[in-house]
Ligand binder design. Structure first.
Ligand SMILES: [Zn+2]
Length: 160
């Protein structure tokens, strides 16, 4: 075949060259005047207009791992469960291997139990003190992000 720019015979594979926005089959020499077609993606936006790609980036909040939180009314839950089991603060302390002052502070709401202590209390008292706060519970379209939902978010909402 012949070069579309200079008309010379092309030996072997022709170059696909973009010269002023037009794709042409050229010889190696003329290829230097334009751009190789495969570099199209690097062209200015104006020339690739019409090709709209969907946002693939996920929002940071959707990557958040589930968090474990102690329920808000842990103090009354612990006290009521302890009383129901007819245990004194001291006895409960012994069962979970903590000082009585720790139990007193927990029941007074002056100290939030650590996950470790909460787990022991859950086991001994048959109560639920820990809850998993997952990203989906956290996410609310009313929180101001409604206007900037991505396709991924919309699919997620529809699935619920
Ligand atoms: Zn040429």
């Amino acid at each position: 075949m012949e070069c579309e720019v200079c008309g010379r015979k092309i030996w072997g594979k022709p170059h696909t060259t973009v010269i002023e926005g037009t794709e042409m089959k050229t010889c190696g020499r003329c290829a230097r005047f334009g751009r190789e077609a495969k570099t199209w993606s690097r062209l200015p936006k104006r020339e690739s207009a019409g090709r709209v790609s969907l946002p693939r980036k996920r929002r940071p909040y959707s990557r958040r791992l589930p968090e474990i939180e102690v329920v808000e009314d842990y103090s009354s839950i612990i006290r009521r469960a302890r009383e129901a089991k007819k245990l004194t603060q001291e006895e409960l302390g012994k069962r979970i291997n903590e000082k009585v002052s720790v139990i007193a502070r927990l029941e007074a709401g002056k100290m939030t139990p650590s996950v470790e202590i909460a787990r022991k209390l859950e086991r001994v008292l048959d109560i639920k003190l820990l809850e998993e706060v997952s990203e989906e519970e956290d996410f609310s379209p009313a929180s101001g992000a409604a206007g900037e939902l991505t396709i991924g978010d919309i699919i997620k909402i529809k699935k619920r």
